[in-house]
Ligand binder design. Structure first.
Ligand code: BES
Ligand code: MN
Ligand code: MN
Length: 463
């Protein structure tokens, strides 16, 4: 790689780490209104960092929710324009007691997978650390006079709550956001010695259900056995949503699923994966999932239905003999091409209502959703990523479809007519959304080194 940029990065290593630490100290939890001020403060800090890195123009763009930080550096309108997307908001840190060090006090600690050390903090990997790689890569190109094309930054503050304001922002700012490709570092790769590029994201349908039995909580002795217990009923209903093959039973659920050909599945199976290491890492004796599919397939090319939370009744200390009036659950369905989130939500709703016994009432409330995404690999946009990673890792990256979701990516294509490249540097074991989230120091700097290579190859391929 260009040794000038590489040298600049290594000379600025400590500063690049400490500036990320400053960002990680601000708890920008978009889901919790108690942190509104800090989330707004984070937007300001991101804008500052872009100004210091050398953009021509940076602004905080108001939306009905948290603002989008927009910045640009246009060196020549006839050159390609790379649009960088990332998010400055993070997931809530709870349960706090499970963190080995405080979530918003970043520290570097060594782990088995990250012998060079990893940065432990909420947002270290998802997505502040990865978004900031782009800021620092840009700065490194500016300061060494090697930026080969135009850049626009679009850093949002609501990704972790489903990007509710971003669609409108895209529609209102089509011209401002116009470019050739969207480059995103908000996904992972297979391993530090197994680079990979994410070529697909799952969609999402998320619902909350409420089951109501009697009009008040009842004595479980006086009424038990004679009226429906909403918690028992809810559990039966949920259990019936999957059959003995862990196949989802909602009628029509699989209708639009695009099945992969045997060739495509054989190609997928070539990606290195150790089931033993997987089980060991999670401390489980066996995996679980849809019959007929491998673990890699189950968490990428197949749709799922999972309860994310379930509650009701008495959960305090000791025992209280009660039949609760209500029971609740939050349920997510991960979707694959070409399932439509709205259609799936409707199918869920009518099925769930139809399986409820007359002894209870059910209410289904839809939450956010998002469409799945797949990116082709025979394009200059993808090839540039492959060449960039091959250059910095010394190995050609493999294309991998991810199980996660970034709902806005499908809308980038629909509204802005641009493909997204998901060149991420996190690992599945980095515990995103969990206690002790971390991001390898190796990964952070690999990202900062690889991004300028992407710019270089992309501009060359587009000539
Ligand atoms: N960055 C993640 C998504 C991700 C992580 C994709 C790793 C692929 C690999 C993103 O911030 C996220 O958490 N998305 C949510 C959806 C959102 C609507 C809350 C998800 O996937 O649960
Ligand atoms: Mn993310
Ligand atoms: Mn996330």
């Amino acid at each position: 790689m260009n040794s000038e940029v590489k040298n600049f990065i290594s000379e600025n290593k400590d500063r690049y780490l400490s500036e990320l630490f400053d960002l990680l100290r601000i708890p920008s939890i978009s889901a919790d209104s108690a942190y509104n001020e800090q989330t707004l403060q984070t937007a300001e800090a991101v804008k500052e960092s872009l100004v210091n890195a050398g953009v021509d123009k940076a602004e905080i763009c108001k939306t009905v929710g948290f603002p989008v930080v927009y910045a640009e550096k246009i060196i020549d309108p006839s050159l390609p324009t790379i649009v960088v997307y990332g998010h400055y908001d993070v997931q809530p840190a709870d349960p706090l007691e499970l963190w080995d060090s405080p979530a918003f006090e970043p520290v570097i600690k060594k782990t088995d997978i990250h012998p060079e050390g990893a940065i432990f903090a909420r947002g270290a990997c998802d997505d502040k650390g990865q978004m900031f790689m782009h800021v620092k890569a840009f700065e490194s190109m500016i300061k060494t006079n090697t930026l080969p094309c135009n850049v626009k930054f679009m850093i949002e503050g609501e990704e972790e709550v489903g990007s509710p304001s971003l669609e409108q922002f895209l529609k209102d700012n089509k011209e401002k956001l116009a470019g050739d490709v969207i480059l995103i570092a908000d996904t992972g790769m297979l391993g530090n010695d197994t680079p990979s590029i994410t070529t697909g994201l799952r969609g999402l349908s998320y619902v909350e259900v409420e089951v109501t039995g009697p009009n008040r909580d009842l004595h479980s002795g006086l009424y038990g056995g004679a009226v429906a217990n909403p918690i028992n009923i809810l559990n039966k209903m949920i259990a019936s949503l999957q059959d003995e093959n862990n196949h989802i039973t909602i009628p029509g659920f699989y209708d639009d699923v695009i099945e992969l050909s045997d060739e495509e599945r054989a190609e997928m199976a070539k990606a290195p994966f150790s089931l033993d290491a997987y089980k060991k890492h999670l401390d489980i004796d066996d995996v679980h999932g849809e019959t007929g599919y491998s673990t890699m397939e189950r968490n990428s090319i197949r749709p799922t239905l999972d309860v994310n939370g379930i509650w009701g009744g008495y959960t305090g200390e000791g025992a209280k003999t009660v039949i609760a009036s209500k029971a609740y659950a939050k349920i997510s369905m991960r979707l694959v091409p070409a399932q439509d989130p709205d259609k799936i939500t409707e199918l869920f709703q009518s099925h769930f209502e139809s399986i409820a016994p007359k002894s209870v009432k059910v209410k289904v409330t839809p939450h956010h959703g998002g469409q799945p995404y797949v990116s082709p690999i025979d394009t200059p946009e993808y090839k540039a990523a492959s060449m960039a990673m091959e250059e910095t890792f010394g190995k050609k990256p493999v294309p991998v479809r991810s199980g996660g979701s970034i709902p806005i990516v499908a809308l980038f294509e629909q509204v802005l007519d641009m493909k997204s490249i998901l060149m991420g540097f996190g690992l599945d074991s980095d515990a995103i959304h969990s206690p002790n989230e971390h991001f390898g120091v190796f990964n952070y700097f690999k990202g900062i080194e690889t991004i300028p290579m992407y710019y270089k190859h992309y501009v060359e391929l587009k000539k």
